[in-house]
Write a protein that binds this ligand. Structure first.
Ligand SMILES: [Zn+2]
Length: 232
């Protein structure tokens, strides 16, 4: 990423807002200069700007804006969600569901839930229906919380839970079968074409490329702005 963009994005982040850009070459340019340059660059690249904010700062507003953009462009909110996942390289829901089972946290909680389930069965056998219902509910809460936790963790880190991001199978040391050695949880492009057909897949790909193109144009324009400001 370009240095000037990095500095500008940092100004928008909750932590970064406290720090004035002061490192090295950027002494000459202040906070307002950088934000000004970013705004100029963002003007013709609104989705590129949202993408950078969503990707680097996990900005919720930008994420929602992009999702709305994709859904409208593609005429389908589900395809819009897929485009988002591909753009942000986040795994899609179906794969996430499967990968949750590989997550060490889920595995731990699943065992805890199994113990509660055993107690529930015992209560059932003893015809203690009230206790049975209570334990059953407790077990379901354990599993759904664990699921949520793991999905959130994978969305955040993009790391394959099976190999913990190493790309290699623990113990055996060969290629991880879940991520094919990448260590990443990647969006499944085949999933889109299987569900929506090839035409929609091409539209999704095109929409994603357009946003990436905007982002690189934004960086180019911003760098030029910064160069001009420093030369002035
Ligand atoms: Zn893996």
């Amino acid at each position: 990423m370009s240095k000037s963009l990095e500095m500008a994005l940092r100004l928008f982040s909750p932590k970064g807002a406290l720090h004035e850009p002061s490192s090295g070459n950027f002494n000459a340019l202040g906070r307002d200069d950088l934000i000004g340059a970013l705004q100029v660059a963002a003007k013709n690249n609104p989705q590129g700007y949202q993408y950078l904010m969503a990707d680097h700062l996990l900005d919720t507003e930008a994420t929602q804006g992009l999702l709305a953009h994709f859904s409208e462009t593609l005429g389908c909110s589900e395809a819009g969600g897929m485009a988002m996942a591909i753009l942000l390289r986040r795994p899609q829901s179906e794969r996430l569901e499967r990968l949750v089972l590989s997550h060490p946290h889920y595995d731990k909680e699943r065992r805890r839930a199994a113990v509660v389930m055993e107690k529930a069965k015992r209560a059932h056998r003893a015809s203690n229906n009230h206790e049975y219902q209570r334990l059953l509910a407790e077990r379901n809460v354990i599993l759904s919380l664990a699921r949520e936790h793991c999905v959130a963790e994978m969305m955040r880190s993009g790391r394959c839970p099976h190999c913990n991001g190493t790309g290699m199978r623990p113990r055996l040391g060969d290629e991880c079968p879940k991520c094919h050695g990448t260590g990443r949880v990647e969006p499944d492009t085949e999933l889109v074409s299987r569900r929506f057909g090839v035409q929609m897949w091409q539209a999704v790909e095109h929409a994603v490329e357009e946003v990436i193109h905007q982002a690189s144009d934004l960086v180019r324009v911003m760098d030029r702005q910064v160069r001009e400001m420093r030369a002035a």
